[in-house]
Design a binder for this molecule. Structure first.
Ligand code: ADP
Length: 301
């Protein structure tokens, strides 16, 4: 049983020849809508692997909200924790240039209405989880409260501090079981350099000294670094030809939560999450690129 507490967004992916200047209207060649938001992506990855996943999130009272709900259900995610806010659904207009450079706007909308009080309505979900997965596209206070409740019921927490937020109070979150930034987020969190593996290890060890049980640092095509008080292990990525790495981090986090909830030891779960994320980078799209357990079995021999 995996419980994800976090965000959902509708990606509005607009393929442009160029950005219009002020006052100008230009035609763009293509458009695509996609289901996103870090919380939703992670929940979908774990659910496609076969975990029983619950998701505490807020959608808007609009058609995007209805579509999100339908997408959660289609992915067999338990939606008792999905609420409807008064703001619009979270949305991300993304502009992609022919060079594949992109510009992204994030409107958090109803995601900002996921307040600490909402969690108090779902204490049963928190109590019964094998792992609780958090990111940073909802108010920080809600994550703090989630960690306090999880500690009260002895449920392990994985905090993926993405996107990086300088306001995160490390003292408040330092006792989580798993802290999983990428190298850039680790630099923001610690204020330490992370330009090579030696520096990354030092920054991770600093977080372990602060009280984090396990640091899991994703390193893109290099794989993942696992650091705790006894360990400092690099688990290499699977070698693949990457075509689209959007949502790779979320597929890694969601699949790791699945494997951990299945009772796998940490190094085994990390190896399996590397395999899962590697497949997602060989395919276009975000949630679209996340394989089911059956597909995975046919792809990994
Ligand atoms: P984020 O998108 O959060 O920056 P990363 O780029 O670190 O996340 O990628 C997350 C995980 O996805 C990596 O730890 C690795 O397992 C996998 N991954 C990402 N890029 C590649 C790649 N080019 N080849 C193989 N695996 C990859």
């Amino acid at each position: 049983d995996v419980l994800v507490i976090g965000s959902n967004m509708i990606d509005l992916i607009t393929y442009i020849d160029r950005m219009p200047i002020e006052g100008e209207t230009v035609e763009a060649p293509d458009f695509q809508m996609g289901f996103g938001g870090k919380g939703a992506n992670q929940a979908v990855a774990a659910a496609r692997l076969g975990s029983k996943v619950s998701f505490i999130t807020m959608v808007g009272n609009d058609t995007f909200g209805q579509q999100q709900l339908a997408n959660f259900k289609e992915n067999q995610i338990d939606t008792t924790g999905v609420g409807t806010g008064t703001k619009s659904s979270g949305a991300a207009p993304i502009f992609v240039e022919p060079s594949s450079d992109n510009r992204i706007l994030i409107i958090k909308g109803a995601n900002n209405e996921l307040t600490p009080a909402v969690l108090d309505q779902h204490v049963d979900l928190i109590k019964n989880a094998k792992i609780i997965v958090l990111q940073q596209e909802i108010p920080l206070e809600t994550n703090y409260h989630a960690i306090d409740l999880a500690n009260q019921f002895n449920v392990p927490v994985l905090l993926n501090p993405a996107p990086a937020n300088k306001d995160l109070d490390i003292n408040h979150v330092s006792n989580v079981n798993f802290f999983s930034p990428n190298e850039t987020e680790l630099a923001t969190l610690t204020g330490m350099p992370t330009t090579n593996l030696t520096e990354i290890k030092q920054a991770a060890q600093h977080m372990v000294q602060m009280g984090v049980n396990n640091m899991i640092i994703t390193l893109g095509s290099k794989g993942v670094l696992w650091v705790n008080k006894d360990t400092s292990d690099l688990i290499p990525a699977v070698k693949v030809k990457a075509v689209d790495t959007t949502g790779a981090g979320d597929s890694f986090i969601g699949s790791f939560a699945h494997y951990f909830a299945q009772g796998e030891a940490i190094p085994t779960a990390l190896k399996h999450a590397n395999q899962y994320a590697a497949i997602t980078v060989t395919r276009q799209g975000t949630q679209k690129s996340y394989p089911t357990a059956a597909e995975l079995a046919s792809l990994v021999k």
